[in-house]
Design a protein around this ligand. Structure first.
Ligand SMILES: NC(=O)c1ccc[n+]([C@@H]2O[C@H](COP(=O)([O-])OP(=O)(O)OC[C@H]3O[C@@H](n4cnc5c(N)ncnc54)[C@H](O)[C@@H]3O)[C@@H](O)[C@H]2O)c1
Length: 312
């Protein structure tokens, strides 16, 4: 008899709760919301609230809360949000001291309890945390990926759509590089349903949009006092769904590079194809000289945080 897929969410905070809701509403599988022992009842409470929500919205998914890794065993997908988010004035890299031991703890448990899962990391600083999770678990690069590009591209897409006066559905964009303020929104491949965006929006406006995209996370932290969670959760669910349904979606995501784009032993945002085998392919696209320069700058920033992680 076929059984439902199992989605393990490591961290039952703002993003974790939203992930659980969307995964259940899309009936991707049963959901286990995990958090540390002091937050076990909080995770259980969120899970129960969401199960009751299913009676109204009408989804068939079991949602449970736990602080025991044994309950995560057999997960098909794990989405990791464990750690603290930014506060106003902080950069993502400021989180490394707090989130590194958390990611190591999570990684050791993934290795022990969920060695067959497809793992999507969200915790910041993203590119360094996903690097560390792969290093500790020893999982193949097909099964460890970082979520950032889908979110950054969504922000870019929204700002472009508003400026061009068109639907967000008609904008095609990608954002490469590290999930930091020097990420690379790729204007050379950005279109409004095939029409190069440069034909529709003036250069000074595009420059302002690129800048706003790069600082898009900080803009929300400044407004709310904590990180965004609706769009980050939707982004990670799109990646999980691509894996669970073998959709072969081409999405920007932090993947482990082994020479692609000229970088090695580094996680960074690149276009990948996600399907039933995980990260099935890294797609290398042509970039302008200016974009290559921006990518090099971004890679340098990522490497600097990874170097801190390697020493820590
Ligand atoms: N990659 C991205 O694009 C992106 C976007 C937004 C936020 N983030 C990051 O995602 C992370 C989570 O954000 P949030 O808003 O959900 O934070 P949150 O504080 O609401 O939730 C984080 C949860 O992790 C839990 N946790 C701590 N240690 C743990 C451990 N060892 N095992 C399991 N759970 C543990 C905490 O108890 C908390 O409930 C932050 O690091 C944030 O910076 C990333």
């Amino acid at each position: 008899m076929p059984t439902r897929k199992k989605i393990g969410l490591v961290g039952a905070g703002n993003i974790g709760g939203e992930l659980a809701r969307i995964a259940a509403e899309r009936e991707l599988g049963d959901v286990v919301l995990f958090d540390i022992p002091p937050k076990e009842n909080f995770a259980k409470g969120k899970a129960l609230d969401l199960e009751q929500n299913g009676s109204i919205v009408g989804y068939d998914a079991r949602i449970t809360g736990t602080s025991s890794w044994e309950h995560m065993a057999g997960a098909d997908v794990l989405i990791v949000t464990a750690g603290i988010p930014r506060k106003p004035g902080q950069s993502r890299d400021d989180l490394v001291a707090t989130n590194l031991p958390i990611i190591r703890d999570v990684a050791n448990n993934v290795k022990k309890h969920c060695p067959d899962a497809f793992v999507i990391v969200i915790s910041n600083p993203l590119d360094a945390m996903v690097y560390e999770l792969k290093r500790v678990t020893g999982l193949p690069r097909e099964r460890v990926v970082g979520m950032a590009g889908v979110l950054d591209a969504a922000r870019f897409q929204l700002f472009l759509a508003r400026e061009a006066g068109v639907s967000v559905k008609d904008i095609r964009t990608t954002v490469l590089g590290g999930h930091g303020d020097d990420m690379v929104p790729v204007l050379s491949h950005c279109t409004v349903n095939g029409i190069p965006v440069r034909q529709l929006i003036a250069k000074d406006k595009l420059d302002a949009i690129v800048d706003r995209t790069r600082k898009g996370g900080g803009e929300i932290v400044g407004l709310m006092g904590t990180s965004a969670f609706y769009a980050p959760a939707s982004s990670a669910v799109a990646m999980a769904e691509a894996y669970l349904k073998d959709q072969k979606r081409l999405l920007p995501a932090a993947a482990y590079l082994e020479g692609e784009y000229g970088y090695k032993d580094l996680f960074m945002g690149v276009p990948v194809v996600i399907g039933g085998k995980g990260v099935e392919r890294i797609v290398v696209i042509e970039l302008t000289e200016e974009e290559k320069g921006m990518l090099a700058k971004s890679a340098k920033s990522v490497q600097a945080v990874v170097d801190v992680v390697k020493k820590g």
